[in-house]
Design a binder for this molecule. Structure first.
Ligand code: UGY
Ligand code: MN
Length: 264
């Protein structure tokens, strides 16, 4: 007798085949666990793998991607493209040069804003691999305002704020909050276990969310999704959203949000 009747499933199933897939793509959101995001290699980058997490192909008004940079790798030469960029170092240390400025090291937690139409280099000059979360967005000009200047910083030296009055919430605005030259924010959000938003949010701004630490349940549109560190979420405009942190310790994520511009 054969080990399985012909109608039985094969002994080895691909991961996620029966109920274990967490990845989901909908018209107004996408939940993207890292294990299924395949490698891209790009002409402008050497010794570097890019893993795209969000892109216009998904419906997003921006692109977000993880750069995995080998020792000696990085931008093949100075990159100069129209979109503005934001970089956040997840692991290892890279060196960024923006415009005519001196190169600046970005260790884990370091970040950089590159204005539109500005040359930059990003290199890994260390013996260890580095990972950098990158964001690229076409700049929406604000009438009578010039584009912003370059910025570099470390999140560890940014102030923690909390405008909600809710104990257990924390915010770090990595870009100058309320500066109308910027058309997006990059915010770190910190949550103690069990501390959630006061309401389900439904707003015009889009989000790109990268989970830095901890775990929880994320409400998207009409369903809850278990989220862990390294997961990514794209939330389109008006996608209902809520976060309920479930871990024993702090949860934190880095959140892109388009702001400060009128609708067409
Ligand atoms: O600022 C925000 O829109 C934020 N509270 N949204 C979120 O974390 N999903
Ligand atoms: Mn929101």
């Amino acid at each position: 007798m054969p080990p399985h009747p012909p109608s039985a499933p094969p002994a080895r199933l691909p991961p996620g085949a029966i109920g274990h897939n967490r990845g989901i793509v909908r018209p107004n959101f996408a939940f993207i666990p890292p294990e299924g995001v395949l490698k891209s290699r790009l002409p402008a980058w050497q010794g570097t793998v890019a893993r795209f997490l969000a892109a216009p192909a998904l419906g997003a008004g921006f692109a977000q991607f993880m750069l995995e940079i080998e020792p000696g790798g990085g931008s093949a030469q100075a990159i100069c493209v129209a979109p503005q960029h934001f970089f956040y170092a997840i692991e290892g240390t890279v060196e960024i040069g923006i415009g005519s400025g001196d190169p600046v090291p970005l260790a884990a937690g370091g970040f950089a804003y590159v204005p539109p139409d500005t040359r930059f280099t990003l290199r890994n000059r260390t013996p260890a691999a580095a990972r950098v979360l990158a964001l690229k967005k076409r700049y929406e000009v604000a009438e009578a305002l010039p584009p912003p200047d370059p910025i570099t910083g470390q999140h560890q030296s940014m102030p923690m704020t909390n405008h909600t009055g809710l104990e257990g919430r924390g915010f770090k605005h990595l870009l100058p909050f309320g500066d109308m030259r910027f058309d997006f924010e990059m915010n770190m959000m910190f949550f103690e276990p069990g501390v959630y938003f006061p309401a389900v949010e439904t707003h015009i701004m889009e989000h790109g969310l990268f989970m830095l630490e901890g775990q929880g349940l994320y409400f998207l549109s009409e369903t809850w999704h278990e989220i862990w560190a390294e997961d990514f979420i794209w939330m389109g405009a008006f996608c209902p959203q809520q976060f309920y942190p479930t871990g024993a310790g702090q949860s934190a994520y880095l959140l892109y949000k388009n702001v400060n511009r009128d609708v067409a």
